[in-house]
Write a protein that binds this ligand. Structure first.
Ligand SMILES: N[C@@H](CCC(=O)N[C@@H](CS)C(=O)NCC(=O)O)C(=O)O
Length: 215
C-alpha cells in the first residue's frame, strides 16, 4: 500500500494525492509538517533528508519531491498520465519542469505574501509586482489552453497534476484576476473531478499567520 507523508493543506502533497485519487489506489496519508511537526525525527529524516513534505513510501521504495513522486506513481500505476515513450513523454515533462521553475515560484510569492506575512508587514509595491507577474504567467497558460483541453495536449497528464494543484489557490486568494476564459474553463472542468475536489480544494486559511487573516 502507498504511504504518503504530508499534511493535506500542502500543495505539494495535493499533487500526488490527486493522482492517487484519480487512480483509486489503496493508500494511507500520515499527517506531518506544518502544525503537525514530525519532520525532524530520525525516522522522517532517514526517509527525507530535506525534512520537507511530501514523502512517498511504496513497499521498499521511498521517494521525495512531489514531481518525482508523480512520475513514480504514474510509471508504476498510471502510465496513461506519463507514457513511457520518450517522444510522448517530452511534452509532459517540459511542462512539469516549467511548473517548478516558473509557475510554482510565481504562485508561492503571492500565496506566501498573503498567508505567511501579516498585512502590516507586507510591502505593497513588492506584492503588486508578485501579482503582476502571476497575471503574466497565467495569461500565457490561457493562450495555451485556447487550442487544447489540457496543458500538454488532448488528455489529462502529469503536467496537469503538477500545474493545476495550484489553481484552487489561484482562484480563491484575495487577488485580482484578469479575464482568462480558457483557464477558467479548464479549472471548471477540473472542478468536476471528484479526486480534484477531495484532494486539491482544501481550505488553507488555517495556515495564515496572525495578522494575515482574509480581508
Ligand atoms: N520541491 C519540493 C518542495 C517541498 C516543500 O517545500 N514542501 C513544503 C510544504 S508545500 C514543506 O515541507 N514545508 C514544511 C512544512 O510543511 O512543515 C516538492 O515539490 O516536493
Amino acid at each position: 500500500m502507498l504511504i504518503v507523508w504530508g499534511r493535506p493543506t500542502s500543495v505539494n502533497v495535493q499533487k500526488p494525492m490527486w493522482l492517487i485519487g484519480e487512480l483509486a489506489l489503496a493508500h494511507q496519508r500520515n499527517d506531518v509538517g506544518g502544525a503537525f511537526g514530525g519532520l525532524d525525527t530520525d525516522q522522517y529524516i532517514s526517509m527525507n533528508p530535506h525534512q520537507l513534505i511530501p514523502t512517498l513510501q511504496d513497499d521498499t521504495v521511498t521517494v521525495w519531491e512531489s514531481e518525482a513522486i508523480l512520475r513514480y506513481i504514474a510509471g508504476k500505476y498510471g502510465e496513461q498520465y506519463f507514457p513511457a515513450d520518450p517522444s510522448a513523454r517530452a511534452g509532459i515533462d517540459q511542462w512539469m519542469s516549467w511548473v517548478q521553475s516558473t509557475w510554482a515560484p510565481a504562485m508561492t510569492a503571492v500565496f506566501g505574501s498573503l498567508v505567511r506575512v501579516a498585512t502590516t508587514d507586507r510591502d505593497p509595491t513588492v506584492f503588486a509586482s508578485y501579482v503582476s507577474n502571476l497575471h503574466k504567467v497565467a495569461a500565457r497558460i490561457d493562450k495555451i489552453l485556447m487550442s487544447r483541453p489540457y496543458l500538454a495536449g488532448e488528455s489529462l497528464s502529469l503536467a496537469d497534476f503538477a500545474f493545476a494543484s495550484f489553481l484552487y489557490r489561484y482562484y480563491t486568494l484575495e487577488i485580482s484576476r484578469p479575464e482568462l476564459p480558457h483557464l477558467n474553463n479548464y479549472y471548471d472542468r477540473l472542478c468536476e473531478r471528484p479526486a480534484y475536489v477531495e484532494h486539491v480544494q482544501v481550505d488553507y486559511d488555517g495556515l495564515r499567520v496572525p495578522g494575515a487573516e482574509r480581508q
